[in-house]
Structures are given as structure tokens and as C-alpha cells.
Design a protein around this ligand. Structure first.
Ligand code: ADP
Ligand SMILES: O=C(O)[C@@H](O)C(=O)COP(=O)(O)O
Length: 417
């Protein structure tokens, strides 16, 4: 294994794995820190943690364990993947995890680049945009767990890290990898070693990748991983993972626990013509809905059923007020994890989940330890295959995909292109 990656959630990890696979790497995504060594034929390993919203000390501990395992697999460069919308709070753990990984690796410098142009996320003048809106006006300000109310990544990261925060502006990035590398050195010398780098196009990300060739630690969204395989793989080592993909034609189900805008639109569209069941926060809390009922509904449905808790910000906020933010999140995640187990026991072979935390709960609940990366369904979302079961999956980030994502995912998981 050459490139060792640590993802702070499961959809984000599969997004990163997808990017690396598209650039010709053979990638495996691991659920938590594995007990065993990885197979020899893996170029990049992504250890998926469910640490995005955990307390900094827990996220640091888990990330360091993942780092040690990846070091034992022979990795020489490391990547810390967080969300391209920088999902965190002022007390969040992105800064503390970066600080701890840098210390453990004796890394003098690292970059911070959540840009992912293929999904509309760009960093300009240190600010994060989603399409033409500042992050803080993009809908992310209403996220159930990590409301992003400030688009200045330098300032937000500044609340979290104990080190100085630097910046490589777009004008320098446009001058190419040598200019970027020089600016990384000068920012570090000026006492700002955690460096936010602007990027608005894939071409910028490739230059940043080239400038990061000798960095022990790179951090960001999956976009900035675009330029890393070229530093690592020889031409004859590039593989075509998509060509090797074989889907499964068996029964399918969709679980949506994301309240993000795009998932809401996907749910509205899919539910119009297909069997669907809403799982409300109230029903989960008062037992009005049970995993047994939900799984039975999906297994008996004529067609592929959608089970969803996705709701608009007002509904989510009122449920949070009533039950507590963490409590309701955990109960709904647990509901989906239990339902997924019943679905797979009942013969489901294709499973689509929407939402990072939701996907983490489902994958952990199913006890899936290693997932091989297949072809891309939509930017940031690959098809995934379990090593030891008849099960293929798609773990969709809340805001990824277009309105027809669920139909597309089901077709590709089935082996249809
Ligand atoms: N109706 C709801 N009310 C309150 N919280 C909800 C509701 N539906 C889902 N949630 C919680 O909101 C969180 C959504 O996060 P996540 O699954 O990561 O989605 P995303 O990818 O959009 O961020 C989860 O913890 C989920 O359990
Ligand atoms: O970088 C991204 O946007 C995604 O890879 C990601 O991290 C997704 O997180 P969720 O929106 O919580 O699914």
C-alpha cells in the first residue's frame, strides 16, 4: 500500500476512494481500523471512521490508530479526508486531527483544500463556495449536526487548530505547482504551517497535487486527491477498476437519513413513482415505526422501496428541540442500521444509503469490514462491493448526485451502464 487515507465519515471515504480509483489506483475502503493486514494488491487504503461529529479527543485517538495501521501497511504519504463543505463546528475536530497527524508524522507543513469543483465546491480567497453561493448561504447553515455559518475556512479552522493558519491564494495557484510549493514554504516559515489553498478548477487541483508530492500529510476533500496518484503510480501500474465491475441483479432497497437539500429533492422525485415510507422522528421516538415494519414494507414492496427520514429544516429543528440533537440523530441512525440488517437478512443484494452519518451507521451495523471500489455512479459516489457477501452498495453524501440519482444507482449496482 502506498497512499494511506483516513476519512472522517463513510460517504466521504467512498468519495475519496472513487477519486483515487478513477485515477487508476486499486483502492479498498476499510470500516474502522482493521485488525488484519490489507491484501498486497491495494495501492491506496481508505480507513473510514465515523468521527466527523465526535469529540476532538476521540477523533484524534481513532485517527492516530488509523495512521499507525496505514504506516504498518507501508504507506509513505497520508491523506486526511473531511467534507468538501468542511462540516464541523467551532469546537470541531478537523483542526485537532490535523495537529495530531502532523505531530505524529513530524510533518512541517500541510495543506487544507476542501475544493471539489465537480460537485460545485470551490475555495477562493480562503472562502468556500457551493456553486455561486457562499457556504454559509448554501443550505449548509441548516445542517442538522454541523451548521456551517461561516464560509471563511481560514477563520473556521483557526478556531480549531493550535497552529498558525496560512493561505495560498488563487493568483499563486494559477502560476502552477512550483509557485504553490514556494508559497507553502514561505507560509510555513512565517509560522503558518496549516495552509488553506484556493482551488476553483480541476486543473488547479492537479497543480496542487504536484506541489504536494513531498508532503507527508495532505488534507482536504476528495478533489485535491486528483493530483496525487500521478506522483505515486508508474504508467504501467494504472488499472481500470470500472472495467472489472460486476453488479448484482438481486432485490434492492434505498435508505435515506440525510436532510440535505439534494437528498430531499431525490426523495421527492423517487417517492412519486415508487413504493416509499417516511420514517418520522416522532415515530422513531415513540415506537410508531419499527425496523421490523420498515424492513417488511421494503421486502414485500412491488418494486424497490425507499425508506426515508429526510425532512425540511423546520421539521428537523422542531424534532431536535423536542428530543435533543444528538439523541434524535443517534436514534434515527440506529433505526436505519437495524433496518439494513433485516433487509440484508431478507435477501437484499443492492443497497443505496443517503447521508454520511446514516451510511456509517448502516455499514457498521452490517459489519462490513472491507469494500472494493467500482465505477462512478455520480461525482463523488462509487459503486462498492463487499468482499465476503452478496451485497453491492452505494453510500451517497447528502448533497451529491442529481434528482435521478436513486434510479441511476440501482441500475449501475445491477451491472447496467
Ligand atoms: N427527520 C429528522 N429529524 C432529525 N434528525 C434527522 C432526521 N432525519 C435524519 N436526521 C439525522 O440527521 C443526520 C443527517 O446526517 P447525515 O446522515 O450525515 O446526512 P448528510 O450526508 O446530509 O450530512 C443524521 O444523524 C440523521 O440521523
Ligand atoms: O466531501 C464531500 O462532500 C463528501 O465526500 C462528504 O464528505 C460527504 O459527507 P456527507 O454530506 O455527510 O454525506
Amino acid at each position: 500500500m502506498k497512499l494511506g487515507c483516513i476519512g472522517d465519515d463513510f460517504t466521504g471515504s467512498s468519495d475519496l476512494a472513487n477519486m483515487l480509483a478513477k485515477e487508476g489506483m486499486r483502492v479498498t475502503q476499510f470500516t474502522g481500523v482493521p485488525q488484519e493486514d490489507a491484501d498486497d494488491d491495494v495501492d491506496a487504503g481508505v480507513v473510514a471512521l465515523k468521527s466527523r461529529t465526535t469529540a476532538p479527543e476521540d477523533a484524534v485517538r481513532l485517527s492516530l490508530q488509523a495512521l499507525q495501521w496505514l504506516q504498518r501497511q507501508g504507506c509513505t504519504q497520508f491523506f486526511f479526508k473531511y467534507c468538501s463543505t468542511f462540516d464541523s463546528t467551532k469546537e470541531g475536530n478537523i483542526g485537532p486531527v490535523i495537529d495530531a497527524l502532523m505531530k505524529a508524522l513530524h510533518a512541517e507543513t500541510t495543506i487544507v483544500c476542501p475544493s471539489f469543483p465537480a460537485t460545485g465546491r470551490s475555495v477562493y480567497q480562503g472562502h468556500l463556495f457551493v456553486g455561486d453561493r457562499l457556504l454559509s448561504e448554501s443550505g449548509m447553515e441548516d445542517h442538522p449536526l454541523t451548521p456551517m455559518v461561516d464560509a471563511d475556512i481560514r477563520r473556521w479552522l483557526g478556531y480549531q487548530t493550535s497552529q498558525g493558519v496560512g493561505h495560498v491564494p488563487a493568483v499563486t495557484v494559477f502560476d502552477g505547482h512550483e509557485a504553490i510549493a514556494a508559497k507553502l514554504v514561505s507560509e510555513t516559515r512565517a509560522g503558518r504551517p496549516v495552509i488553506v489553498v484556493d482551488a476553483i478548477r480541476d486543473a488547479d487541483l492537479r497543480q496542487i497535487g504536484a506541489a504536494a508530492k513531498d508532503l507527508k500529510l495532505v488534507t482536504g476533500g476528495s478533489g485535491v486527491a486528483l493530483g496525487l496518484p500521478a506522483n505515486i503510480l508508474r504508467r504501467d501500474e494504472i488499472s481500470d477498476v470500472a472495467a472489472e465491475w460486476q453488479g448484482l441483479p438481486g432485490p434492492a432497497a434505498i435508505l435515506a437519513g440525510s436532510a440535505s437539500k439534494m437528498t430531499q429533492a431525490q426523495v421527492r422525485r423517487y417517492a412519486k413513482d415508487n413504493p416509499s415510507m417516511e420514517i418520522t422522528a416522532e415515530a422513531v421516538m415513540n415506537g410508531g415505526a419499527t425496523p421490523d415494519q420498515a424492513a417488511r414494507f421494503a421486502l414485500e414492496a412491488a418494486g424497490t422501496a425507499l425508506l426515508y427520514s429526510s425532512a425540511n429544516p423546520e421539521t428537523v429543528k422542531s424534532a431536535q428541540k423536542r428530543y435533543g440533537r444528538e439523541t434524535i440523530a443517534a436514534r434515527i441512525e440506529d433505526f436505519f442500521a437495524q433496518t439494513a440488517r433485516l433487509l440484508v437478512d431478507g435477501g437484499i443484494e443492492r443497497l443505496v444509503t443517503a447521508g454520511g452519518e446514516t451510511s456509517g451507521a448502516v455499514v457498521e451495523g452490517l459489519g462490513l469490514s472491507a469494500l472494493r471500489i467500482g465505477p462512478e455512479i455520480a461525482p463523488g459516489v462509487p459503486a462498492l462491493k463487499t468482499a465476503d457477501r452478496n451485497l453491492v452498495l452505494a453510500l451517497k453524501s447528502g448533497n451529491f448526485g442529481d434528482e435521478a440519482f436513486f434510479e441511476k444507482a440501482l441500475a449501475l449496482l445491477d451491472g447496467k451502464r
